[in-house]
Design a protein around this ligand. Structure first.
Ligand code: AHG
Ligand code: MN
Ligand code: MN
Ligand code: MN
Length: 332
């Protein structure tokens, strides 16, 4: 195993990608360029978000997406910015997005990669100044290079991801990603327009004292889920849930904790989308030493059948995920 390139905190994302380039067994720079294209779109969205209160970019866009959600203007702006950055970057032959019903053929037939993206995660928080994010997942295409992208290029299990990560637009903005060689976080320095390595080799604590779920649905959850939540309360754990998956996930990964979005009778597969929320964060958390399951299977082993299919999600510190899994299995 190559010796880990322990780069000093403070190195730019560009420099970091260059230094790790040789660790991508097959890529001759395309994946590096793709990660740069994503970082660029993240910088642009970051700027839009920082001005959301001032420009007329807040509020509803006036249409629904395939999820049946009222699209926010920033959902649409983020979708346009990311798909344009990926199209112009040239490395991506196809995209699936939360905000687009069908897949996008970028026309880059020579592109080796496809991207699944949640352009703006936590849309309900845009207008109230609470942290929101972008989540992305990258696969190698399966169809021959030089031909138009095919639907099966997108329907790949999470275990086949080449890279995944997120941008969290918060008190400071941070880009966190993995290429299967561990997880690194880069904080955005607006004065120079660069993401700077600030969280090298993130490892999530084996156990945690934070649980995150929407307790408004408590009485809709299976008995075993309610038992787990009751146990968290008996143990006086911290309840933290802000309604932006990326923000709840990032805090729990750094501090230790579990995020749960279980199935309910009205959402029998839960709410979160497998391809651009669950799989992307499952790859990150596993690379940081954590776990992600749908209650029965490892998230990354689910065989996808649709671009927007949902999956129940239990993700975070391994000991916490194991204990809720045990409770759910006892109940079966
Ligand atoms: P999105 O804004 O991309 O549609 O995702 C929203 C998700 C996730 O970010 C958040 O944790 C969850 O929905 C909140 O759902 P509830 O409002 O049902 O708790
Ligand atoms: Mn949405
Ligand atoms: Mn989302
Ligand atoms: Mn979204």
């Amino acid at each position: 195993k190559e010796e880990k390139l322990a780069l000093p905190v403070g190195v730019t994302l560009d420099r970091f990608i260059m230094r790790h380039q040789e660790q991508f067994p097959y890529a001759s720079g395309e994946l590096s360029q793709l990660l740069r294209d994503i970082a660029l779109a993240g910088k642009i969205i970051n700027r839009e978000i920082n001005r959301a209160g001032l420009s007329n970019i807040a509020g509803a866009y006036g249409s629904q997406n395939v999820q049946g959600e009222e699209q926010q203007k920033l959902d649409v702006v983020a979708d346009i910015r990311f798909t344009r950055a990926l199209r112009n970057g040239g490395e991506v032959c196809g995209i699936i997005s939360e905000e687009e019903e069908d897949y996008i053929d970028t026309g880059n037939y020579k592109g080796k990669y496809i991207v699944a993206i949640d352009p703006l995660d936590g849309s309900s928080n845009i207008d109230v100044n609470v942290s929101i994010g972008t989540i992305f997942s990258i696969y190698r295409r399966r169809s021959p290079i030089g031909t138009p992208v095919q639907p099966e290029d997108f329907l790949q299990r999470g275990v086949d991801q080449v890279a995944s990560g997120y941008v969290l637009y918060g008190s400071s903005s941070i880009m966190v990603y993995t290429t299967g060689q561990g997880v690194n976080g880069f904080t955005y320095e607006p004065s120079i327009g660069e993401f700077i390595l600030s969280h090298p080799e993130i490892r999530t604590p084996k156990n945690g004292k934070i649980f995150s779920c929407n307790e408004g649905y408590y009485y809709l959850y299976d008995e075993s889920i309610r038992q787990y939540i009751d146990q968290c309360k008996r143990e006086k754990l911290m309840a933290r849930y802000i309604g932006s998956l990326v923000a709840d996930f990032h805090r729990n990964m750094l501090k230790g904790g579990i995020y749960l979005y279980p199935a309910t009778p009205k959402s029998p597969q839960g709410k979160l989308r497998l391809m651009y929320e669950c799989n992307a964060l499952a790859f990150v958390i596993e690379q940081a030493g954590g776990m992600a399951t749908d209650g029965q299977r490892r998230i990354m082993e689910i065989e996808p059948t649709g671009f927007h299919q949902r999956a129940p999600l239990f993700i975070g510190s391994p000991q916490m995920v194991k204990s809720i899994e045990a409770m759910m299995n006892q109940a079966r």
